[in-house]
Write a protein that binds this ligand. Sequence first.
Ligand code: LCS
Length: 401
Amino acid sequence: MSDQSRKNREYGFSTRAIHEAYDPNDHLGALTPPIFMTSTFAFETAEDGGDMFRGEKDGYIYGRTKNPTQTVLEKRIANLERAEAGLAVGSGMAATSCVVLSLLSAGDEIVIDHTLYGNTFAHLTQTLPRFGIIVKIADFTNIKEVEHKISKNTKMVFFETPANPNMRLIDIEATAEVVHSVGGLVVIDNTFATPVLQRPISMGADIVVHSATKYLGGHADIIGGIVLSSAEIVTTCRQHGLRWITGATLSPFNCFLMLRGLKTLELRMERHSQSALKVAKLLQNHSNVDTVSYPGLETSPHYDLAQRQMNGYGGLISFEVNGGLTAGLAMMNKLRVITRAVSLGDTETLIQHPASMTHAVYGDEERAKHGISDGLLRLSIGLENVEDILEDIDYALNDVH
Ligand code: LCS
């Protein structure tokens, strides 16, 4: 192979997750990207500072908007998500806030899916109307309903796929086609899938947001968020959403932890997915379980879409125990390996009850209408030995009645 064709060779996902956007030779040979623990940056001359502020010279000015450790992280994730640029911020909520508050104005319309992480739903439906932004809710699994709800005033649509907590999938390509026909932006929260399992920008999405607190970090030790899009949109989000509106910067130390997490992302997602499929099958075959939602089950209404849209099904499962809420909570209290906690995407297997926890901010009626029943439980399958996870669940389920 010639040197030229080797240069053009595309590296695999993990190779890019480990090497992209960093050359040790630029940093005294340090194999791991340094943590630039500084709040501000010195200007060589007074004129340089002015040039940078006017955007006439590239460089680092002040840590709220840009830091070299952040830059490595942003470029690396942008590469993995197939985006032109990325913006690291202080949390998943900060990522969504950055996008909607930078890009929407009074009188604009946003159409959102009816099943979102509770605080995202509360933020979009309660905060945005206070600033004159019109918020409409639709069932995005029904493309006809989306077509009906959007109009030429629709500046943006927002959805999660898979959705938190009930694992509904939404057809990204079909939705993007409909929304682009009125000139709207498609924003997708890709937290559950990660770029290992799904790359929405390659399927027509304009912006991807992540709670990097979850799989991207992967070890339950950081809160962080990412915005990915065109260089133009990311610059607007940086200069308005991050610099002025939220100020929610991600600390250089947390950037370092996230870079470390990314190195094993593909490996971890494979194991999360393999173990979750085994758990989903156990739940499906258990006489004390009423329903199981996991897109990797052939009986799932989302199985065909998952085949087209995803490279695996991920680590999240939702299910209902026979006997409803009381039996569900009893089951949770019997677990020994699995930890009762919110969050997801960690090495530890976690279980939570959306109606009283992550989705408690929804009204009771809204929750029922949006497919989040009172008895629904959500599991985030971790990286423990799957036999131990299966035994824990089987024991707890057998003992609920
Ligand atoms: N998007 C999704 C899909 C989420 O699940 C979460 C948090 C967020 C955004 C917000 O991200 P954060 O600000 O927390 O980084 N989801 C949580 C959950 O299901 N349990 O605890 C937090």
